[in-house]
Design a protein around this ligand. Sequence first.
Ligand code: BGC
Length: 454
Amino acid sequence: MNFGKDFYWGTATASYQIEGGRCEDGKSDSIWDTFAHKSGAIERGETGDVACDHYHRLDEDLDLLKELGGNAYRFSLSWSRILPNGTGKINEKGTDFYNRLIDGLLERNITPFMTLYHWDLPQVLQNRGGFLNREIADWFAEYAEVVKKLYGDRVKHYFTINEPQTMLGCGYREGVHAPGLALSLRELLLAMHNLLLAHGNAAKVLKTIPGSEVGYASCGMLYAPASDKKEDFEAAYERTFACRQDWRGKDPVGSISSYADPIFFGKYSDWWYEFPEEFRPEVTESDMKLISTPLDFFALNMYDGRFVRRCDDGNIEELPFKAGAQKTQMNWEVTPEVLYWAPLILQKRYKKKIYIGENGIACSDFVFLDGKIHDTYRQEYIKMHLRSLCRAANEKDSKIAGYFHWSFMDNFEWSFGYRPRFGLVHVDFETLKRTPKDSFYYYQDIIKTNGENL
Ligand code: BGC
């Protein structure tokens, strides 16, 4: 079993989580700059003002990426660095940072995978309503045009939006992420539709770049069958694409099919129409045509999942986790089997090539007396997950094209600040010193052998 010769091995990061340089070279504030400075928003009042200071340590980080040896790197752009007014005038100093990043990657034979939007909307656009304003679709189209013009000659792999589920779920429904809103169902459905229009516009632009491939990164609750029985597989499939439910009730913005069905099928899921008409935004045929602009891949960000089985009465039972089941520093269950099932379930429905856009574990890593970081749990996590993924990659008709480990380095983990450590590279947030962890060398070996040593 192997991953195939053209497999992309990479790591992933996001602008606000690593860059710092908050007010540098003409960058304006994003909603995350504003939110992180609100009292009580982030653990210990931490912010991304400096983060990993990647903005000033680009060359060192590029060299570490080279040392790791992957052939791909996924990063996101800070919209407010490129267009401080959200639209209009381009900020050359800001755009130059990404030129240096892209050129630095290419010089090191690393393929850039670019995300346009990983949650850091320019604050000026939030002031105009953000995703509640349908004009976001035009703003995003303009931004995509700028990206195409600036980087389209060298970047061929694009993610429009990262995890719309988390973005709207945490930012617009629960208020624990920027911009800190807790909106009504009507507003949520509107924001979701506007987000899809924005995605469609960007996809349309990016698809005109010669040789480009375009997709977006999804998360959402993943379900795997509790056994090899066909009925359990069907239960997992059904649950994966149903409308997510939590203690607040139905959660349309947190579901996988909320975005993927409109994007890949050109129509909302059947469950969407169960919401009363007065809550649903007006949707035209041309909206759906735009939203379903053909994409090249489906990217899945996978951290954990649940197991389900079909009961004799036809209902689906979600299996409880055993007492003492292993959990990560985020309190997420460790469910490597899901990285076998989820790509197959997604491929069955959407029939697209799959990238694993993110996968990783937060551990309470620290520097040992010998100066190293012996993160055995992360190595085991990587091994277990990649073994599952390799099995999936070897199933008939399966097309799994790459794996991006989250994250390249420890970084600003949103409302949790710097406490959770997801990196292959340890960052001392006082000195900003980078130290590759043991898992860095472990992943390096996997990459070297194209996964043969797993
Ligand atoms: C996000 C990352 C985040 C990671 C771990 C994903 O939801 O895309 O930005 O750091 O999960 O929580």
